[in-house]
Design a protein around this ligand. Structure first.
Ligand code: NDP
Length: 315
């Protein structure tokens, strides 16, 4: 029988390419957890996902109610869960003002971090029940949260500060919409959310790896300069960014290649180690990458975990 994998945000970019790589192998059934049902169904057809190899289920990470409803729907489907991939993300680099999730949290941290945090916490018990030897929980990270790299040092840099904005609920009313309590900056909010993703993966590893046997990992798939992530950037940026990445930084990867990388983290027996942040060399060989100081800070990971529990109502 096939193994089963949930991928959030599988309606475009990396998530869709990963769904393609996994279902083509014939060994995986993919649950595409998407906010736009029709778009997901069209996307699946457009890349030719084999019929019967995928199921589209509704999930809007910007609503905690929707996250809980998704978990109920998934359980009712009776499907087992072997791997969960937290992949969806939004990025608002040119926004002048913050926008907010259903619960009133700044939208990029709400979607990229808090929605996934609740989803992963709820589905942990489903993963635990998996009969598979390779149960995995993967949270897609990014180099932009790594201030120990060149790309991670392009301003504005990620910085969670003392977490005062997060503690206050990121609501832009009586608390800053930014985790560190500063003024709104859309590009920074995205980077901060990716640092939360990487901290969460490591905190999961420390709390649950030994107890459950689940492998918790993150990855930087390479710069996939053509995806929808950059949809709200200025047109000049969208024209120049792909060739810049291709010829100058040489970090460019195609959506297809990035999908193969993430599919490897899902299914390759040699990438089964827990607590690892995977990256790839230019020749596409994988290696265990080092995280920036902040993205590997244990104390901060614990605090982000505890505050996030309060915000999503898990205490
Ligand atoms: P895309 O914009 O192509 O895909 C993002 C996906 O997230 C889409 O399917 C989108 O749905 C979905 N999504 C957005 N908001 C929600 C929501 N509220 N609920 C459910 N799904 C939602 O971007 P990428 O494929 O590039 O990004 C995928 C991951 O890769 C992200 O985690 C990103 O941080 C990471 N990454 C990307 C890099 C790159 O260079 N592109 C580099 C490093 C990391 P919809 O189709 O409906 O909009």
């Amino acid at each position: 029988t096939k193994s089963s994998c949930i991928i959030t945000g599988a309606s475009s970019g990396l998530g869709l390419a990963t769904a393609k790589a996994l279902t083509e192998s014939g060994e995986w059934h993919v649950v595409m957890a998407c906010r736009d049902f029709l778009k997901a169904e069209k996307a699946a057809k457009s890349v030719g996902l084999p019929k019967g190899s995928y199921t589209v289920m509704h999930l809007d990470l910007a609503s905690l109610e929707s996250v809980r409803q998704f978990v109920t729907n998934f359980r009712n489907s009776g499907m087992p869960l072997d791997v969960l991939v937290c992949n969806a993300a939004v990025y608002f680099p040119t926004a002048k003002e913050p926008t907010f999730s259903a619960e009133g949290f700044e939208l990029s941290v709400a979607t990229n971090h808090l929605g996934h945090f609740l989803l992963a916490r709820l589905l942990l018990e489903d993963l635990e029940k998996s009969q598979s030897k390779a149960k995995r929980l993967i949270i897609v990270g990014s180099i932009t949260g790594n201030t120990n790299t060149l790309a991670g040092n392009i301003p504005p840099k990620a910085n969670l500060g003392d977490l005062r904005g997060l503690s206050g609920g990121l609501n832009g009313v009586n608390a800053s919409p930014m985790i560190d309590g500063g003024a709104f900056d859309g590009a920074k909010a995205y980077k901060d959310s990716k640092v939360c993703n990487m901290l969460t993966m490591q905190e999961f590893h420390r709390r649950y790896h030994e107890k459950t046997g689940i492998a918790f990992t993150s990855l930087y798939p390479g710069c996939i300069a053509t995806t929808g992530l950059f949809r709200s950037h200025i047109p000049l940026f969208r024209t120049l960014f792909p060739p810049f990445q291709k010829y100058i930084t040489k970090g460019f990867v195609s959506e297809e290649e990035s999908g193969k990388r993430l599919a490897q983290v899902v299914s390759d027996p040699s990438l089964s180690k827990s607590g690892v942040y995977w990256s790839w060399n230019n020749d596409s060989s994988s290696f265990e990458n080092v995280l920036s100081e902040e993205a590997s800070n244990q104390d901060k990971a614990k605090k982000v975990w505890e505050i996030s529990e309060k915000l999503v109502g898990l205490e």
